[in-house]
Every structure is written in structure tokens, then in C-alpha cells.
Design a protein around this ligand. Sequence first.
Ligand code: ADP
Length: 587
Amino acid sequence: MEEKKSLKGAWTYLKRTYKFARKDKKYLIYFLLGCIVYCGISILAPLLAAKQILALTNETFEQLFWISLLILGIELLRNLDRFFNNYCSNKYFFAVQKNIQLEVAKETLKINTETLNKNSSGVFIERIGTDSETLADIFVMIIDYVTFAISNIGVFLSIFFLNKIIFLIFLVFLLILFFLQKYAMKKVQEKRKIQREKKEKASGFISELVRGAKDIKVLNAEESFLKKANEIATDLGQATYKMIRTRATFRLWNGNVRDILDFLITATGIYFIVKGNLEVATMIIIFSYRGHIISISDNIEGFLENLTRFTLAAKRIFDVIDNKEFPKEKFGTEQIQKVEGNIEFKNVSFEYEKDNSVLKNISFKIKPNETVSFVGKSGSGKSTIFNLIAGLYYPNEGDILLDGMKITSLDKKSIRGNLSIISQNPYIFNMSIKENFTIIKEDVTEKEIIEACKKACLHDFIITLKDGYNTLLGESGVTLSGGQRQRLAIARALVQKTEIILFDEATSALDNETQKEIQESIENMQGEYTILIIAHRLSTIINSDRLILIDNGKVLGEGTHEELLKSNKIYQKLYNLELKEKKENKE
Ligand code: ADP
């Protein structure tokens, strides 16, 4: 029952995988034809070799010369065929792998934020990397094994005509080997599944170690990170060892069964020869071909092993593509081409985790082209409000309206295409400054980039660089300061020309000059865009049209800085605290 299910599963996965291969199937067909030629050559070669020996013993040297020449031709053809097969299978493999990788990457980007946060990056790195290889390899592998199996089965059937008893012994042993293999495969598969999970963990940890290298050093946490790396690597090593041990144990049994088979074939052969029922020559043929017959079991083992490995990889790949294991973001179907910038929270409640409410029945309205700052203690729910506006999470209760339409009813483009988020530590791509713009908007012009950078107060800095806008950023180029990163993110948002800009001001104490420049770039945008700011510093607050005070997930006051300062005790406390901190910092 289980077996049937898993075979059916493999078949379903094969059909689904073929969809990635369909476009490049011509290489697969060429490969198949190449394999058929190879099969023919394999059968022809020993026949010609036999003729060669005959010609040699009969001393027909002219015939021997021509046969040898023919053998040379056939062998050259075999080499050519092998080269051709290799070319086709590789061409096919890389094309299909690319198709699979692109699809998995595309689907990974659709996964909802909650699921992405819960899973380590290794989960997706491993699937896009290793598992896609296994999937891309499957059809070439099947053709390979089937070709070999067919030529070997041909040999096996010929034994039937030579001696039926020996044929029967082969058959029984092949069946024993087959069931042994099936059992072993199941066990290896279980171990492999665990090993793949551990590998995911290790990959995720390595990517964290590389990405966080700077912080790890500053935190002086190298030792504990290496200790953890050691634990994870040991764990992976053990899981891999267990898988290999299971396979090795099976191979031991497999070898024993083969040796017994060898012995039985020899004994039976001798018995028949002694009885006069078998010629020595026939026995020699059977004996010299037994390798081919036993290879059938290797072919089946290889085939089953690859098929189970494929099934596991396919499950892991299709788990990402399907919507069950890693749920995707949900969007509605209604569209707004160009939003005006009205945002409304209507009795919105939200929790990341059950029974741990973060936003508690909050309501507020924002008008187009208004600049509104959210203020409040850290952890009060300000970033969560941004996450909800960007559709990264959905409210548990209440509605969020964009130009009067529920954002749950809007399609992806209407939400994401109309707003930009400038986070505290924006992600700057390790490309040139110019490419940081073209990657988000292909048709952006040089003029637009320069204008945006001028508005974001970054242009003057960029022109001091030797390569100007072509300067490489990140690992292999110039490292930008925190303030410059934010200003570049502002410029990126400006070229996107989204009506709404969500700005999460950096908490880290930026120097006064940088602060002033960021402030200036925001001022440059004010009045033209709907700007929502999570304000960590007083300077931004003062220039906002309005402040919304958030405390413990509730709106505790709205108004201008002066209004709140006059009437709101919590705001007064917060303001005085920041003033005090500022003073202390100065001292
Ligand atoms: P603020 O931006 O005001 O500092 P946040 O909106 O980031 O506050 O956080 C509000 C609360 O939600 C905090 O208690 C925080 O721990 C929690 N929180 C934030 N993000 C997540 C998340 N992804 N999963 C679970 N809890 C979260």
C-alpha cells in the first residue's frame, strides 16, 4: 500500500518535473537517440571481437585487417557518441535546473512574511541549490539506467535458451536482490530525509555566520559561534554517517547474496557438465556473462536509489511551490492604478502570536500628502503598523483602507506598487549605485537617478567618488555609512515614484550632519508625498504635520507637537525623556 503510494507520488512528481523540462526536451530526445546508438555499439562490439578472434585463428589476415578497421571505426563512433551524449545531457541538465531554480526562487519570494521569519534561510538555499540539481537530473538518469538495464536484460534472456535451470537460479536471486534493495532504499530514504534537514540547518547557520560576520566580531562572539558551528557540523556529520552506514550494511548483504549466487551457478554448472547435460563452452559463456546479469540488480539499485532521492527532493521543491507547507502571501483582485494617499486604520487589532496582542483596536486617518510621525516607546507597535500597511501581515480584526478600499481586497501591485518602505537599515544591493536603481526600475533614466539623489541629498557625495554613479557598493566596493544607506534608500523610493513613503528612522545615533541631511531629504519630499515616519528623534517630529502617539498598541493621542506637548501627559514624559537623553549625550 505504502509502496504503491510512494510510486504514485514519484509518478506525480515526475509529471510535474517534466513541465520544467518540456521547453528543453530536444536535448533529452538527442540524448535518448545517443543512448540507443550506444546500446547498438555495445552489442556490436563483442560480436566483432569474436569475429576478430575467429579471423586470427583461421589466419585470414586480410579479413582480420578489415574487421580491425571496422572495430576502430565503431570505437571512434562510440567516443563521439559519448561526447555527444555528454553534451546533450549537460545542456539539458543546466537548462532544466535553471528553470527549476527560477521557479523556486519566484515562489520563495511569494511566501508570507510570517513563514519566512519562522524558517531559516538554509531551508530555501538548500532547495534552490541542491534539490533542484537532483530534480533536473532525473530524466537523464532514467534513460541512462533503462539503456543499461535493457542491454543487460537482453543478455539475461539469452541464458534462458542456454540453460533453463541456471536461468531460474538467476531469476530467484535477482528477485531476492530486488526485495533487499527495496527494503534498503526505504531505510536509506528515512536517513536521507533527516540528513537533508540537518544540512538545511547547517546552510542556514553558515549564511547567518557570513552575513553577521561583522557583528559577530564586534560582539566578540567568534568562539561561541564556532562552538555552535561545530555542534551543527557534528550533527550533520552523524546524520550523514548514519545514512552511509545503512547503505554500507545493505551493500554488505548484497555482496554476500551475489557470492552465494556465484557459488550456486558454478556448482550447478559443474553438476550439469558432469551429467553431460551442458557443454563446457556454454558454461564459459554463461560464466563470462554473469556480470551483466548481476548488473541488472545494480541498475535496479541505482534506479531505485535515484528515484527515492528524486522523490525526496521533489517533495521539498514542490513544498515551496505549493501553498501548503510554506503559505504564500494572499492578495485580493481589485486594483488602484495610482493611489491618492488616504490611509485609514479602522478598529485594527493584531497579534503575531496567539493571545499576545500587539495592536489593540486602533483607528486613525492619514490624508494625501500629509507627513505623519508615529511616536512612542520602543516595542509599542509602530513598526507593526508599517508591516500592516505594506500588507506584510494582515490584521486579525478591523480594516485597513487605502483610498477607501480594504487592502485585503487589493491586488499586489496596488499595494506594493504604490508604497515604499525605507527601513532603519535598508538593504543596499552589492552592485553599482546606478544598478541599485535599475534593479528596481529597469527603465529609469540617468536624469531621474540624479534628480532623486539630489533630492535625497546624496548627489554631492556621489560625484566626489572616482567612478561616480558607477561606483560599486558593498563587499567589493565602497561601504556606505548608515546615513548614506538611508539616503540611497530614499532616492530609490523617489525613482519608484510611489505616492506613499514609509520611513523608519534609524535609531542609531547618527552624527548631527547626517541627521540634518536626512532631515533635509525628507523635507524635500514633504507636501508631494504621503509620508509616514517612525520617529526616534525629536528633529523629525517637529517638522511633521501631525504626530500619532502609540503606547502599548493603542493610539493615545494625535496632534501637532505643540498640541500634544500641551495636552498629553504621556507625550510630555516621552519628550522630556528624549530632551534629557539629548542633553546627556551632549555632555
Ligand atoms: P516598535 O516599532 O514600536 O518598536 P514593534 O511594532 O516592532 O514596536 O513591536 C511591537 C511588539 O511586537 C513587540 O513586543 C515585539 O516584540 C513584537 N514583534 C515585533 N515583530 C514581531 C514578529 N515578527 N513576531 C513576533 N513578535 C513581534
